[in-house]
Design a protein around this ligand. Structure first.
Ligand code: ADP
Length: 448
């Protein structure tokens, strides 16, 4: 400012002096006036350049002005740069925040005070079939039309959740959502949705399981109680007593088998998968299963009638890394099922083999009644039976295949079933190559 005044005064003095030298005092006055006008015009031109730049400021090319205008241009440029940086930072923060909500495993919808959608993440758009662009500012009640939701939206809902059917729900493929509304800001609401289909299914399975176990136990218990009452109240002959006691023993054996299978299942579910310790000697294990199956077969189809033909192939030339008791339980369930469901004179074959890809496979093939295709996907569910009365008659607990499937999965393998109605079935236990050991091989040394 000071320099500007000094320059102005010196310029005026010089022009006044020139005017005085040329035309005397009138010349000096004209010179001073012209000098002032020139300074004002130059100033106005610089101001105009500044204002023109200010209309659409390009912060990379501020006007090259000196003096006061230069200072003003510099300060405005700096202020605008700061403002733009702050705007960019806020936009980035908003973007990060929305990206974080996008990453949420739950659906998130922001509703304005009128209940209109302001924003929603991809999960919410999938849950409710909302188009995040098209449906912005649509009332949520127009898009989620279940009466339960309308009532929930209209009422007070702090902390409470409502369960709704999600987009694409069908009885065969249910989709259940738990939805909560949380108020925030000035009348806004945050709507959270969570897919609880698996939880609801698990809950239904648990209820079914408890109902099934109770039912399975109640039947033999009722029979037992009936016999006890008969024994207590009626005068029976020795032969009658013996026959009733034999029937009671069969019922209690049935209950015992059920409890044993339940305990086996719960052990399988509650313990870590078996490691690859001491290899299981399949020779001994298959010999045990064979003896058990032959005993059962002789009991069900005595040799004097039409006995079953049981063929156990030579023991395999490999061992398996896994839990011996689990493998024995799975194999004996498959073999005993084949014996129980195959009629007299039928054939049962049991054989291990190595598949070309290195996996080990046990096939239990029978010439029993077979299973029609619609039942195959459900085999292995607890208490799932193709023919209820026949299964119970043959002394089954309804858990044998569930145990076999569980054991296979815990060893990294799978249980497969192929069957033709009226011809027979083949149950196979396939175990991964990593579990196969040469017979007699020592386990790999533990890594220190
Ligand atoms: P269960 O104790 O009733 O035999 P499982 O879990 O072992 O229970 O078997 C489930 C159902 O699968 C059986 O009830 C039966 O209907 C069917 N099933 C199992 N093995 C065979 C087989 N080898 N042949 C025909 N049906 C079978």
């Amino acid at each position: 400012m000071f320099i500007r005044v000094v320059v102005y005064v010196l310029a005026q003095a010089l022009i006044g002096l020139l005017g005085w030298l040329w035309l005397g005092w009138p010349g000096a006055a004209v010179g001073l006036a012209l000098g002032s006008i020139a300074v004002l015009v130059a100033d106005a031109l610089r101001g105009r350049r500044f204002v023109q730049w200010l209309r659409e400021p390009d912060l990379n090319a501020p006007p090259a002005l000196r003096g006061l205008w230069g200072e003003a241009a510099y300060r405005v440029t700096r202020a605008l740069r700061g403002e733009r940086e702050r705007t960019r930072e806020s936009a980035q923060r908003l973007e990060d925040f929305l990206a974080a909500i996008q990453a949420s495993p739950n659906g998130v919808i922001l509703l304005d005070p009128q209940g209109r959608i302001e924003w929603c993440n991809d999960i919410a758009s999938r849950h409710f079939g909302i188009d995040p662009r098209r449906d912005v500012l649509q009332h949520i009640g127009n898009l989620v039309r279940e009466p339960a939701f309308a009532a929930y939206l209209a009422g007070r809902h702090e902390g409470e959740a409502v369960t709704l059917l999600g987009r694409g729900h069908t009885p065969a493929h249910p989709v259940r959502l738990s939805v909560r509304l949380h108020p925030y800001g000035a009348g806004h609401r945050l709507m959270l949705s969570q897919d609880v289909t698996a939880l609801a299914q698990a809950d239904a399975m648990r209820r079914d399981f408890v109902a099934n176990v109770s039912h399975e136990l109640r039947t033999p218990l009722t029979v037992l109680a009936g016999f006890v009452e008969t024994l207590q109240s009626l005068p029976l002959t020795e032969a009658e007593r013996a026959s009733y006691l034999a029937l009671m023993a069969a019922q209690s054996a049935r209950m015992q088998a059920l409890i044993n299978d339940l305990l086996t299942l719960s052990r399988l579910e509650g313990s870590p998968p078996p490691g690859g310790g001491e290899p299981v000697d399949l020779r001994a294990l298959m010999a045990q299963c064979e003896a058990e199956a032959r005993g059962l077969s002789n009991l069900l189809h005595p040799p004097e009638g039409r006995p079953q033909q049981l063929r156990f192939a030579e023991p395999p030339g490999f061992a398996l890394a896994g839990a011996a008791s689990e493998l024995r339980s799975a194999i004996s369930n498959l073999v005993n099922n084949a014996v129980r469901y195959t009629p007299a004179g039928g054939r049962i074959e049991v054989a291990w083999e190595r598949l070309p890809d290195g996996r080990a496979r046990l096939a239990v093939t029978d010439t029993g009644p077979g299973i029609s295709p619609e039942h195959l996907p459900r085999l292995g569910e607890r208490f799932y039976r193709v023919d209820r009365s026949r299964a119970r008659e043959s002394g089954g607990t309804g858990l044998g295949l569930a145990i076999a499937k569980h054991v296979a999965q815990r060893h990294g393998g799978e249980l497969q079933v192929s069957s033709t109605l009226g011809k027979g079935s083949c149950f196979t236990l396939v175990l991964p190559e990593q579990r196969v050991r040469a017979a007699g091989e020592q386990p790999p040394a533990a890594v220190a």
